[in-house]
Design a protein around this ligand. Structure first.
Ligand code: NDP
Length: 418
């Protein structure tokens, strides 16, 4: 098929070959991590003691659970929202509308699960089904991405994503061909971005905590900290849901296998790795160390939230008194770039906060194993690569003004280091 007008050559993630490898390697890595976290030696780089059989990997019950979960979250998405927000302006000057009710979905889920547990719902049993649940979520992501790709073949050119409309089917399947696939007002990418996977991650963590309490009489301090820290991250993302509308995932990337698998399978089953590890490898945690870890989390969270909010406020209304005094650089597009405040410290202060928080999630797991540190290693690779992608896009968008910004703010993520 001829590439549509305005398409770019496949280049992200090593082009078609790179994304084909990632399509196979990412699910395999997820399964490896779940197996390793539950195994006795828990060695990140060694093969798991025994390869899983089909029975361990697959169960129709797990598929049914995943589908019911998606249905429940979709129903919550369709409930009346406290606010309907407009996204950034699209190429054709339209602005899509999005319900801001993600936090409401989290609260309703908590009420539902809480009532279920009081009525005897065996939440801890989820902890024993992680592998079949992860496989089912992967299967759903694959089928969903195929359907999204087919739907996108009929989409008008102005609805295509800048990077996923190369004309190469493998590449476009992975990157996502359509920017904002919707049926009516139901936006698939926005729905998946923060709800089933992110709330699912909190549920998996909670199930692991309940299971630990069943096995050992009470949950450990380390497990409680991991649960609390990650719940704060999830709650924050949903409370500030509107801010997702100006992120790269929504404004730049199409909706394909990368985001569908990431949102629906990778997030709940690999981001819960610390809690998975702690269930099988209990770690002592004394109060002084716990306090230092809490302080690390607080510092990371402060940087993350303050910098993300500052940019979001500025992008929404540059004359807002909270940002109006900050120095800016004008660009040819009419938009300005902040060159003071958090965005004058490094070019991605929000990534710095995210990385510090990642460290605080691993530290409760002690230092005897590498597995709980997978998340911070992964986030470092993800954010360094994401920074490079964003840098390339901004250079294209802002030209000389971006060059000027880079000269004024030479460090990318960590002041004086990187
Ligand atoms: P950002 O929110 O950092 O957005 C980057 C965009 O911000 C740029 O494209 C540009 O867009 C704008 N921008 C850059 N510099 C400036 C400046 N100086 N002044 C004003 N605007 C500027 O990108 P992400 O979507 O990557 O990240 C959002 C958050 O999500 C981060 O906190 C990140 O850590 C987190 N995240 C978490 C992940 C996870 O799995 N846990 C995965 C990915 C991200 P424009 O000019 O067009 O507005």
């Amino acid at each position: 098929m001829a590439p549509p007008q305005g398409s770019r050559a496949p280049q992200e993630f090593g082009g078609p070959l790179g994304v084909a490898l990632m399509t196979l390697l990412l699910p395999a890595t997820m399964v490896h991590l779940v197996l390793v976290a539950g195994s006795e030696p828990a060695r990140l780089l060694a093969p798991p003691p025994a390869l899983p059989g089909l029975q361990e990997l697959w169960s129709p019950g797990a598929l049914l659970l995943c589908l019911s979960w998606l249905g429940l979250q979709a129903a919550f998405y369709l409930l009346p929202a406290r606010k309907v927000a407009e996204g950034l302006e699209l190429k054709d000057k339209r602005r899509l509308r999005y319900p801001i009710n993600g936090f409401q979905a989290l609260v309703l889920t908590a009420l539902l699960v809480g009532s279920g547990v009081l009525l005897g719902l065996p939440l801890g049993a989820l902890a024993e089904m992680l592998l079949p649940l992860a496989s089912a979520a992967t299967l759903i992501a694959v089928i969903f991405s195929v359907l999204l790709y087919l739907k996108a073949l009929a989409a008008p050119v102005e609805d295509l994503a800048p990077v996923g409309s190369s004309g190469n089917p493998i590449y476009d399947f992975f990157m996502g061909r359509e920017l904002n696939p919707r049926i009516g007002s139901f936006d698939f990418k926005y729905f998946c971005e923060l709800r089933p996977g992110l709330i699912g991650w909190a549920l998996v963590n909670l199930a692991l905590l309940v299971k630990e309490a069943q096995l050992r009489g009470s949950p450990s301090l380390a497990m409680c900290l991991v649960n609390a820290f990650q719940l704060l991250y999830i709650g924050d993302a949903l409370w500030c849901e509107e801010m997702v509308l100006s992120t790269m995932d929504i404004t730049h990337d199409g909706f394909g296998f990368m985001l569908a698998f990431g949102d629906l399978a990778w997030v709940p089953f690999t981001y819960s790795l610390q809690a998975q590890f702690l269930l099988h490898h209990p770690q002592p945690l004394e109060l002084p160390r716990a306090l230092i870890i809490c302080l690390t989390k607080a510092v990371g969270y402060y940087i993350f939230r303050a910098s993300n909010s500052q940019k979001s406020i500025f992008r929404k209304n540059p004359s807002d008194p909270r940002v109006a005094d900050l120095e800016t650089i004008p660009t040819a597009t009419g938009k300005k770039l902040l060159v003071a405040g958090w965005w004058g410290l490094v070019r991605h202060p929000n990534y710095l906060g995210d990385l510090i928080m990642s460290l605080s999630w691993s530290l409760p797991c002690g230092v005897s194993h590498l597995v709980p540190y997978f998340y911070i290693l992964y986030m470092t690779v993800l954010l360094v690569h994401r920074e490079a992608r964003d840098e390339r896009n901004c250079r294209q968008k802002y030209g000389k003004a971006w060059h000027q910004y880079c000269q004024r703010v030479p460090y990318r993520i960590v002041p004086f280091i990187y």
